[in-house]
Design a protein around this ligand. Structure first.
Ligand code: SAH
Length: 246
């Protein structure tokens, strides 16, 4: 039997936000590989082996998935949201690059999912309706100075922004620094959306002006959306218009 490995996004949490092609890949799989909370979202069944692994072991996890596929197994590597957004798809290609001679023939596919920023934006209205960027605030894999440089330049370029991994117990201060960078480039009434656990029973959305934003409003289950200078409220919604005046 020919093996394969598919890197699939499970969306932000709700069952209904998992695409049909991801569901089909899971139904056809012999093995599911991923970070513990994501693997727990997969219903156990006969013939399916669940391989839960800890955070921060993405490369080993990816190499394990490739090795099983090379042995003929049908492997789905699961990520939350979209697998290409600060998630497992890049890790899989890093592992492939490191052992290209061994894994060159493995059948690899990437299936998209609904990223947290899109689920959060849809709940709020259309805050990402014009140019935007996504920034991972974790300094696990890049220097804090680079994060702050990108924040400053994105704010100067007047992008709307989505911040992933805004604040963790290991990094309690980074998000406060990010807010300080925003404060030095944006007006105090700039709108921020703190969207926590979107599409789960714990979902909570909060819209505040930059002047009222505090680090405690974010945790690791929150994606933070920052409006551009044109982002505004209309009724209970927040949106960014499609055009920028000359
Ligand atoms: N690949 C994922 C992101 C993984 S990084 C995606 O595309 O969504 C993990 C970060 O994603 C979290 O720290 C948080 O910032 C964000 N996130 C993931 N699921 C979320 C949800 N349901 N609600 C809000 N933010 C979420």
């Amino acid at each position: 039997m020919t093996g394969w490995v598919t890197v699939a996004g499970l969306g932000p949490g709700a069952e209904g936000m998992i695409t049909a092609e991801v569901q089909a890949a899971i139904a056809a799989a012999t093995d599911i590989v991923g970070y513990i909370p994501y693997v727990r979202r997969i219903a156990p069944r006969d013939g399916l082996t669940l391989h839960e692994s800890d955070n921060r072991v993405e490369l080993e996890r990816a190499a394990h998935a490739l090795a099983m596929a090379a042995e003929g197994r049908r492997v789905v590597v699961v990520s939350s949201g979209d697998p290409g957004v600060f998630a497992m798809a890049s890790a899989l290609f890093e592992a492939l690059e490191a052992q290209l001679d061994t894994f060159a023939e493995v059948d690899i596919r990437v299936l998209p999912g609904i990223s947290a920023m899109f689920a959060a934006a849809a709940r709020a209205g259309a805050p990402l309706g014009h140019d935007f960027c996504a920034i991972n605030l974790s300094d696990n894999l890049k220097p804090q100075a680079l994060i702050e440089k990108r924040l400053a330049l994105a704010a100067q370029a007047d992008f709307a922004m989505a911040f992933y991994n805004p604040r963790s117990k290991a990094r309690p201060d980074g998000f406060g620094r990010a807010l300080d960078v925003l404060r030095s480039h944006c007006e105090p009434d700039r709108l921020l959306i703190f969207a926590r656990a979107v599409s789960t029973p714990e979902e909570h959305l909060r819209v505040v002006p930059l002047s009222e934003a505090t680090p405690e409003m974010a945790d690791m289950r929150t994606v933070v959306l920052v409006g551009s200078s044109l982002t505004r409220r209309v009724g209970r919604f927040v949106y960014t218009p499609r055009s920028v005046p000359e």
